[in-house]
Design a binder for this molecule. Structure first.
Ligand SMILES: Nc1ncnc2c1ncn2[C@@H]1O[C@H](COP(=O)(O)OP(=O)(O)OP(=O)(O)O)[C@@H](O)[C@H]1O
Length: 439
């Protein structure tokens, strides 16, 4: 461990530093003037550049490339707070690292002298692996303040068994967050079982969730284990829990409270040990007031609510999300977006959130033939929002030509193509006929 010759190099501090050297977590020691005075090997390995451990440098310069402390640059500074409270502080920051920007969970502990004065700090850094601040082929990406707030909450909840309720509009990434919670938890090695509660009748939900015995009902030709049992040792994710019929809610409550249930047509009680994560886009509290959602169930599932921001609240993330989604849609030839199209995307309200963004990009990719997405490749409602921009649309290529191009490059069933192009299958069929008539 490298130590700078300062006050913190006193014998007692040397003892502390030698202790930290054995920490597998990247750890640094800071003085009260933001100087890094010692860094353990784990830190040097993860954050050092070409063997330079950053000792002697200011923490805000190393981690953020700021010229001033974080709080003066609009970031939350844990040092300022720890100095006042004399207590440990934890905060999620985006740090500049040799691998580019990364989400880092920063834990700062003040070091106090005999008089209780703060003489320095120990900072432990934990790189967040379940989300990325750079374009990524999979998983959660984001770096805006509302995204960081949700991610910070996820980081807090993940290690504990507490039930989490993910609340957000459709397409905001509730399922991805549930996956990240599972992956960040001690149950990551166990199963993640997703149950979509939409459109299921009470009987169907019950047999799906609890399983059934052979002969329990017509069509039950053999015994089937339920999803609650399949989640044993892992996470049970109940998506759209607001859709669960009232009559079924009491059985769900029993399952959550005791971890026990009876498969349909069975006398035996099965026990399953799972961590519960639920999601909804519905206002459950209002539903409780209206009598359509049980209050006791609501309190059971909402011990740790996390609100996922709508895409329009995190428009700073749009370029990063677009880069990531394009990499995912076309990994071998990632299309570019021209500035006017980018502007049009930025002006849209995104009621369907990231799912809508993904569909728009997928559609646009099918319409571009030179690898550059332009305003003309965007759906009409996005073009309408930017009449000026739309007027600059490149080609007079007619709709049938665009369709012919989409057909040539789309690899999948026609029903999917219709969905991607935002038209009904009938409309697609009619246009295809027109195309054939032309050819
Ligand atoms: N932060 C994110 N980074 C990258 N991709 C994301 C992010 N959030 C969502 N997505 C993508 O957006 C799409 C919708 O996400 P997801 O299905 O998780 O949303 P949802 O909130 O569960 O939707 P619904 O309520 O309709 O079930 C998926 O393709 C997902 O991969």
């Amino acid at each position: 461990m490298t130590i700078l010759a300062t006050d913190l190099a006193r014998p007692d501090m040397r003892a502390l530093v030698s202790y930290l050297e054995h920490d597998l977590q990247p750890t640094i020691v800071l003085d009260t003037d933001y100087n890094i005075v010692a860094a353990n090997t784990a830190y040097q390995r993860q954050f050092g550049v070409e063997g330079r451990p950053h000792v002697g440098a200011k923490c805000f310069r190393v981690s953020h490339q700021f010229a001033v402390p974080c709080d003066q640059a609009g970031e939350h500074c844990p040092m300022r707070k720890a100095h006042e409270s004399r207590l440990p502080e934890r905060v999620l920051h985006i740090h500049h690292t040799p691998r580019g920007p990364e989400h880092v969970d920063v834990e700062l502990r003040p070091l106090l002298d005999e008089q209780g004065e703060v003489v320095g700090y120990v900072e432990r850094l934990n790189t967040v692996t379940v989300a990325s601040a750079q374009p990524q082929h999979q998983g959660l990406v984001g770096r805006s303040a509302p995204f960081k707030e949700a991610l910070g909450a996820l980081q807090r909840a993940a290690p504990s068994p507490i039930p989490v309720l993910l609340q957000g509009e459709s397409g905001t990434g509730k399922e991805l967050f549930a996956r990240a919670l599972h992956e960040g938890s001690p149950r990551a090695g166990g199963p993640l079982v997703v149950v979509d509660c939409t459109g299921l009748t009470e009987t169907l939900l019950e047999s799906e969730l609890f399983g059934y015995e052979k002969g329990a009902f017509t069509g039950a030709l053999q015994r089937k284990i339920g999803l609650a049992e399949a989640a044993h040792g892992g996470t049970l994710f109940l998506d759209e829990i607001g859709e669960v019929p009232l009559a079924m809610q009491v059985k769900l409550l029993r399952l959550i409270e005791s971890g026990s249930f009876r498969p349909v047509g069975s006398l035996r009680t099965v026990h399953s040990d799972f961590r519960l994560v639920c999601a909804t886009h519905k206002p459950l509290k209002d539903m409780v007031a209206a009598g359509s959602f049980r209050q006791d169930l609501f309190y059971r599932i909402s011990a740790f609510p996390i609100r996922l921001p709508a895409l329009r609240e995190r428009s700073d993330d749009l370029p990063l999300l677009i880069d990531s989604l394009l990499q995912r849609l076309a990994p071998t030839a990632v299309p570019r977006i021209d500035p006017s199209a980018m502007k049009a995307l930025g002006l849209h309200d995104w009621p369907g959130n990231i799912r809508e963004l993904r569909n728009v990009l997928e559609r646009a990719r099918l319409f571009t033939d030179d690898g550059v997405i332009r305003v003309a490749d965007l759906p009409a409602e996005l073009r309408r929002e930017t009449p000026m921009v739309a007027a600059q649309g490149r080609r007079g290529r007619n709709e049938l030509e665009q369709l012919a191009h989409a057909l040539a490059v789309f690899d999948g069933p026609r029903s999917e193509l219709a969905k991607t192009l935002g038209m009904s299958e009938r409309t697609l069929y009619r246009r295809l006929q027109a195309l054939e008539g032309k050819g």
